[in-house]
Design a protein around this ligand. Structure first.
Ligand code: SF4
Ligand code: SF4
Length: 377
C-alpha cells in the first residue's frame, strides 16, 4: 500500500480508502435492513491488513447503520486507523445541533473522537447561507479543541469555482472529499489548487460510482490496452499528484484485494501517461459531434429540460462507448420518481440555452437528435 501526506494535516493516509456506503446488508422480515456485520468485519479487516488506514462513513449510509457497523469492525484497531464521517446540514437548525449530530455519530461509532469530520455534500449556497452565518466553522473549531474531532473537512458537490470560494474563505477546512474520475474531470484544476493550499484531497467515485467497474471499450479508445477499466480508472485518479486517496465503495473482499494491488503501485501512472490519457479523453470529446462540457450555463431551462443531463447520457455512448450507462442514465432521468425528466417535446423555443452555451451548441436541434438515439437504445 502506498501512503501520501494528507494536505497539511500531518497525517499520511493510504491511497486506497474504504468507502462504507455500500456495505453488505440483509433485509429483515419486517422489510428493514441491517448490515451484515460478519462480512463487514471480514472486508474492513482485510482492507486494514492490506494497508488501508482511511475509512469513510456517514450518518445515513446503509439505512443509517453504516457507522454502527464500521465502529464495531474497527473497534480492535481504532487507534491504528482514521475514521471519517459527515454532518448532514439539514440536521443543523441552530449551531448547537452541529455538536449534537457529532455526538450521535460518536455514539454510533462507539468511539471518543472522529478523525475527519465533514460538512456533508456542501455547495456554495450552503457555505454562504448556512455554515458561515451560523458560525458552524467556529463550532467545528471548538469540537477540535476539545479533541472530539481531529480535523475539519467538507465533502463537495458544486461547480469547481465554488470549491475555490470555500477554500479561500475557510482556511480552517483541512481536507475535501470530491468527485473526480475519467468520466468527470471538472474538478481537476481545483484539485491542484486545493493541494497547493495544503488541503488534503480524497476522491469519491474514482471508478465512476461503479460505472467503470466492468470491462469497456474505453481502455482501447484511450490507448491503454492491457489494463482493466477499473484499473485504468483508479490509476488515472491516483496518477493525479494532487489526490491523496481514492475512496472506493467496496462490496467484496475480491474488490478490496484488486483495488489494493493498484493502490500499492509506487507509480500508478507516470506523469507522461497521465497527461496522455487526459489528452486522449479531450480528443475523444472534442472530435465528437457533441462537445458538451456539462457547465450548465444553459440552465435553468424555463421548461425544466435538464440539457446537461441528456447530453451527458449521449456522451457516455458517443464518446466513451458505454451503451448501458447511456441508456440507464437517460432512463433514470426520464423515470426519476421525485422529479421525472422533461424532454425537448416541452421546448418553447425561447433560445435561452443557445445564447448561454459557451460551446455554441445548437442545443434545440441536438436535443431532438440525441433523444431519438437514446430513446431507441
Ligand atoms: S430553447 Fe427550449 S430547451 Fe432551450 S432553454 Fe428554451 S425551452 Fe429550454
Ligand atoms: S451550456 Fe452548452 S456546454 Fe454547457 S451544459 Fe449546456 S449545452 Fe453543455
Amino acid at each position: 500500500m502506498q501512503y501520501r501526506p494528507f494536505g497539511k494535516t500531518g497525517v499520511n493516509i493510504s491511497t486506497l480508502g474504504f468507502g462504507c456506503m455500500r456495505l453488505p446488508e440483509i433485509q429483515q422480515e419486517d422489510g428493514s435492513f441491517v448490515v451484515d456485520q460478519e462480512k463487514t468485519d471480514e472486508m474492513l479487516r482485510r482492507a486494514y491488513d492490506l494497508g488501508v488506514n482511511y475509512f469513510d462513513t456517514a450518518l445515513f449510509y446503509c439505512h443509517s447503520n453504516s457507522e454502527i457497523a464500521v465502529g464495531k469492525a474497527l473497534k480492535p484497531i481504532r487507534d491504528k486507523v482514521y475514521i471519517s464521517t459527515k454532518c448532514p446540514l439539514e440536521r443543523v437548525k441552530e449551531p448547537a445541533d452541529f455538536r449534537k449530530t457529532l455526538e450521535e455519530s460518536l455514539r454510533k461509532l462507539d468511539t471518543d473522537y472522529v478523525d475527519f469530520y465533514h460538512f456533508w455534500g456542501i455547495n456554495q449556497k450552503a457555505f454562504d447561507e448556512k455554515i458561515v452565518p451560523m458560525g458552524l466553522i467556529e463550532e467545528a473549531k471548538k469540537l477540535k479543541e476539545e479533541g472530539l474531532i481531529r480535523h475539519i473537512s467538507f465533502s463537495f458537490h458544486d461547480k469547481p469555482e465554488a470549491l475555490k470560494h470555500i477554500i479561500d474563505n475557510a482556511p480552517e477546512m483541512e481536507t475535501v472529499l470530491l468527485q473526480y474520475n475519467l468520466l468527470d474531470r471538472a474538478n481537476e484544476e481545483m484539485i491542484q489548487y486545493a493541494a497547493a493550499k495544503g488541503v488534503g484531497v480524497v476522491v469519491m467515485g474514482p471508478v465512476g460510482g461503479g460505472r467503470l467497474a466492468a470491462p469497456t471499450e474505453l481502455v482501447k479508445k484511450l490507448g491503454s490496452e492491457g489494463l482493466n477499466t477499473y484499473e485504468l480508472a483508479l490509476r488515472f485518479v491516483l496518477g493525479n499528484p494532487g489526490v491523496c486517496c481514492a475512496l472506493s465503495g467496496m462490496q467484496t473482499i475480491d474488490m478490496v484485494e484488486k483495488n489494493a494491488v493498484v493502490a500499492s503501485l509506487e507509480t500508478p501512472m507516470t506523469e507522461k501517461e497521465w497527461r496522455e490519457v487526459g489528452e486522449n479523453l479531450e480528443k475523444l470529446q472534442k472530435f465528437s459531434e457533441l462537445y458538451c462540457t456539462g457547465c450548465a450555463y444553459c440552465q435553468p431551462c424555463p421548461k425544466g429540460i435538464n440539457i446537461p443531463k441528456i447530453f451527458q447520457a449521449y456522451t457516455y455512448l458517443n464518446v466513451y462507448g458505454l451503451k448501458d450507462l447511456a441508456k440507464n442514465t437517460y432512463q433514470g432521468y426520464l423515470k426519476d420518481e421525485k422529479n421525472p425528466g422533461v424532454t425537448s417535446d416541452a421546448c418553447v423555443n425561447c433560445g435561452f440555452c443557445e445564447r448561454k452555451c459557451p460551446q455554441h451548441l445548437k442545443v434545440r436541434e441536438l436535443l431532438k437528435k440525441v433523444e431519438g438515439v437514446l430513446g431507441s437504445l
